[in-house]
Ligand binder design. Structure first.
Ligand code: GSH
Length: 201
């Protein structure tokens, strides 16, 4: 059984990506409720960051590395290395991490992660403008498809669904109807509800 160190909340915490993917893949797992930067988190991740995951004697860190590890077990939710389909999944993930996650993380760092003395004021309008721009580009890449990387659900959707939801949780309103409707379809997935510990519809 996999042990995820993090929390089931999807209000930003990246452990939700791992839990959601575990639910999509139908793996047995348990969540060990562990706060970032707690002693318990430092015990399983030298950076003290969530998430971390144990598979037997092995401890894995970084949400994306863990997603790739899990998909490597089944060959599902992504495509084989060395194929154009895989390159598309990876490109979409990189887009989300650099153009959506990075600005939201910057806002979070200067709101509550960094020590108060290191926080810069005035981040919110800058970040909102960045996200507005990224949303337009997201909608353009989605191009009317139900999924972000090709015609099936992949870990690119796990990362995208989580980050878009995170934006809303951080009170960054999503302005694109296309993006809103994509996010609704991700939230409607039974595995999303199960990942939150809710009954499935
Ligand atoms: N690239 C890492 C980032 C992990 C990360 O920054 N996690 C946040 C919680 S979502 C955290 O633990 N922050 C506390 C800190 O950086 O000190 C990943 O994707 O797992």
């Amino acid at each position: 059984m996999y042990k995820v160190y993090g929390t089931r909340t999807n209000r930003g915490n990246r452990s939700f990506r791992v839990i959601w993917a575990l639910e999509e893949l139908g793996f047995d797992y348990k969540v060990v409720d562990t706060a970032p930067r707690s002693d318990a988190m430092f015990a399983v991740n030298p950076l003290g960051q969530a998430p971390s995951m144990q598979d037997g004697d092995h401890t894995l860190t970084d949400s994306l590395a863990i997603l790739h590890y899990l998909t490597g077990k089944t060959g599902t939710l992504t495509h084989p290395q060395g194929t154009p389909a895989r390159a598309l999944v990876d490109a979409r993930i990189n887009f989300v991490l650099t153009e959506i996650e990075a600005p939201i993380w910057l806002l979070a760092r200067h709101a509550f992660v960094l020590p108060e003395k290191d926080r810069a004021p005035g981040m919110r309008p800058i970040v909102e403008a960045e996200i507005a721009r990224s949303e337009k580009r997201f909608a353009m890449l989605l191009a009317g498809n139900p999924y972000f990387a090709g015609d099936t659900f992949t870990i690119a959707d796990v990362v995208a669904g989580h980050c878009l939801h995170w934006a809303e949780s951080a009170n960054i309103p999503l302005q694109s109807e296309t993006v809103q409707s994509y996010l609704s379809s991700m939230r409607a997935r039974p595995a999303w509800s199960r990942a939150l510990g809710k009954d499935t519809a």
